[in-house]
Design a protein around this ligand. Structure first.
Ligand SMILES: [Fe+2]
Length: 403
């Protein structure tokens, strides 16, 4: 999706001879979406990009999904989730459906293997930590608050500089800015809450020497999501130049300029990305509604057509005491019933002019199921917190300002 970039050495005319200093031809590769009918980039390799020498099974982490049945809201405490330390192989599945999967990992300081997702784009929200992502396109740095958007089939490696908390949104489709933010030719429009200046892609080639190099490939069969370990004759990071509109990039949540209003603005104004059958929004510190009779917290709402996942990543959640929601929590408010603030939160919000809170929301248009990681850290009492009592004795009611 992103915008045209040209990095490193490319020939002046595409599909023409491009040679190194010794006269050897580079191998041109088109990475293109939707066949040859959408965004693409042309990459120039020193080696043959299809030169495989081995292909073996890569055993993925548990991808089991459990339906949300009987239907209820869920609270998953990600900061209690023990994960592996590999940024790729250590991910544990929290929620998922046939369109998108959300996993979570707390890395160590070690790099991941080379990896690519052949199912769809990944949008990895960096809850904490710093590091880089190396790829065939070059290197991008990441820091807390970044979304790292990695196009489908991009060979890459995570290189944490410090422990990193990664919230991986893996799509079965492409992930891109909302179309309504873009002109008919793809430029960000004036009303968009961010623009091209906020997207950070690789700026120089990244070449690594090597032979017999393994790449972990996540892909699909009729049996579901599987993995293959492919071994390449030469290192895939051998691109001396590329150009096009397809490449990994980062966008930091602080560069999203929240849109506010005289009365409560609905979640679509907070949208940051969208994929097939899901959207990603972020709720950020902002001034709130300024009508003299405004109610800053939202009205109750039924997700008639969607499941709603909030990941609470920053700010002061004192107002949510009693619900158990805290930093690192996920709430799942599924379609099929209404949710919203606890009544005392409505009164408490009157007169507020600023909310200091950050959350990343994924709304899906197909029901989400619970991954094994999600089930492992569920607070089973959450669904009863609005009523203040459940099948047993229940807890205090929940308070939500945004979701
Ligand atoms: Fe909501």
């Amino acid at each position: 999706m992103a915008h045209y970039r040209s990095v490193g050495a490319i020939p002046p005319k595409r599909h023409t001879q491009h040679r190194d200093a010794d006269g050897a031809l580079y191998y041109e590769e088109l990475m293109g979406e939707e066949g040859f009918s959408s965004d693409s980039s042309l990459l120039y390799h020193r080696g043959v990009p299809s030169a495989l020498v081995d292909s073996r099974v890569w055993e993925l982490a548990d991808q089991t999904r459990t339906p949300n049945h009987p239907l209820k809201a869920r609270h998953l405490k990600l900061h209690s989730l023990e994960t592996g330390t590999c940024p790729v192989e250590g991910r544990r599945l929290v929620l998922g459906n046939n369109d998108v999967r959300i996993s979570y990992v707390v890395t160590g300081g070690q790099s991941s293997p080379l990896y690519r997702n052949a199912i769809g784009d990944e949008c990895v929200y960096v809850e904490a930590g710093t590091g880089t992502v190396e790829s065939v396109f070059g290197v991008v740095t990441y820091r807390a608050g970044d979304y790292v958007v990695i196009p489908r089939a991009t060979t890459h490696r995570w290189v944490p500089e410090s422990e990193s908390r990664l919230y991986a949104i893996e799509a079965n489709s492409h992930i891109h800015p909302p179309k309504r933010y873009l002109s008919r030719f793809g430029q960000f429009l004036e009303h968009a809450p961010y623009c091209e200046r906020d997207l950070h892609g690789p700026s120089s080639p990244y070449v690594v020497e090597g032979e017999n190099v393994d790449v972990l490939v996540k892909h699909r069969t009729s049996a579901g999501i599987v993995g293959t370990r492919m071994t390449y004759a030469t290192h895939p990071f051998d691109v001396v130049g590329w150009d096009g509109c397809l490449y990994p990039y980062t966008f930091n949540i602080d560069d999203f300029m929240p849109i506010t209003g005289k009365i409560h603005q609905p979640p679509p104004v907070h949208r940051v990305f969208e994929g097939w059958n899901f959207v990603i929004c972020n709720f950020l510190p902002r001034k709130v509604d300024y009508h003299e009779l405004s109610i800053p917290v939202p009205y109750y709402h039924s997700n008639v057509d969607s499941d709603e996942v909030m990941f609470y990543v920053g700010g002061d959640y004192e107002a949510r005491k009693g619900s158990g929601i805290n930093l690192g929590s996920i709430s799942l408010h599924p379609g099929g019933y209404a949710h919203g603030p606890q009544p005392s939160a409505i009164e408490a919000s009157l007169g507020a002019d600023y909310f200091d809170e950050s959350a990343v929301m994924v709304d899906t248009f197909a029901p989400l199921e619970l991954g094994e990681g999600g089930l492992a850290v569920e607070d089973p009492a959450y669904a009863w917190t609005w009523a203040g009592r459940g099948p047993d004795d229940g807890d205090d009611p929940a308070v939500f300002s945004n979701s």
